[in-house]
Design a protein around this ligand. Sequence first.
Ligand code: XUL
Ligand code: CO
Length: 435
Amino acid sequence: MEAFPEVSKIKYEGPQSDNPLAFRWYNPDEIVEGKTMRDHLRFSVVYWHTFRGNGSDPFGAATMVRPWDDGTESLENAKNRVRVAFEFMEKLDVPFYAFHDRDVAPEGASLSESNSNLDAIADTLEEEQERTGIKLLWGTQNMFSHPRYMHGAATSCDAQVFAYAAAQTKKAIDISKRLNASGHVFWGGREGYYNLYNTDMKREVDHLGLLLNMAVEYADEIGFDGMFFIEPKPKEPTKHQYDSDAAACINFLRAYGLMDRFQLNIETNHATLSGHTMMHELEYAGMQGMLGSIDANTGDLLLGWDTDQFPTDIYLTTRCMLAILKYGGFTNGGVNFDAKVRRESFEPMDLFYAHIGGMDAFARGLITAAAIRADGGLEAMKTERYSSWDSGLGAEIETGSHGLKSLAEAAEGMGDIQLSSGRQEFLENYINRFI
Ligand code: XUL
Ligand code: CO
């Protein structure tokens, strides 16, 4: 039995189409900068919001209508949900998906029961991956929902919780290997604090470094060669998450010897929660060779929390794609829709509208970014703006042939310095020509 009998495979119909179940910009086989759109964007659907989100919020009960889901935590229901998920993804024509261990399989009464539930569901996931050709972009472990993780997982004050988290991480990596995942994510969950009166920050961060080093060691031992991604977020659930932004994560990875095996998975709503733009976070990760993947979504200008809305803003997607193209595109990562339909958008069809809109917004961002790059105006402006560094004094400074004394002598004879305009408004108008 199909879960979405009224939907057939979503196809590209072009910008003139008024069919809400067609792509207007995402044309998977179209070549942009020498690569198909499919390979540039590597779209991925998340299991947790799309197949487990029920629309409940702190003020009200679940709203989502999901006729295929019997609402129980049975294995049978979990297996049926996998079939529905793959029907959805096949019809949407996405090449990837992502999940937490506890999204796909129910937590059991013991660790071994949880593990055997996961093994049973992995059988179905494997079958469906083979049937459809859809691949796992990344797997991850949910080490934040269960009450045992109330003080954190790797950063818990309790050593037994650390051990439990290690066991869960080991199993999740096993499953990522079994399902041939392209990557494996560590989002900070409850790795952070609410109050420094009761927190030994140094010890907690050391423990996080320990767990991630154990993960690398284990992955090498079993031959899992997917990329590890760390996903920055500054707050929520804790007041201060240790992996607060790209800069903090890179500092952490460098301090604990993890730079070779990790890249970053940057999420838009997390970037804005940390007081940065998405483009800032992508640029910061990219300039250090650490840009791996993105969780595509958006926050709300007027709401100060992680609303995880679907991205529809063409400026946002254009800026994302400018940064991603600049740093050579994705290798193991992709555009992963860590986004949920609004509580009021409770019908199954809303899942299609939301994803089609996000995919089209990113396709349009890709096309626009490629056009900006082909025109070369931004790059030419930057080359000109920094040209004083290309020869003479600037080049001497950059190559290290000066110190404070020699520069003090040079500055003596300089006279008035002539600066040029930064041309911010000119460049904003320039970008509008391509939108
Ligand atoms: C939470 C979040 C997570 C991670 C995976 O804000 O983004 O869903 O992407 O654990
Ligand atoms: Co995310």
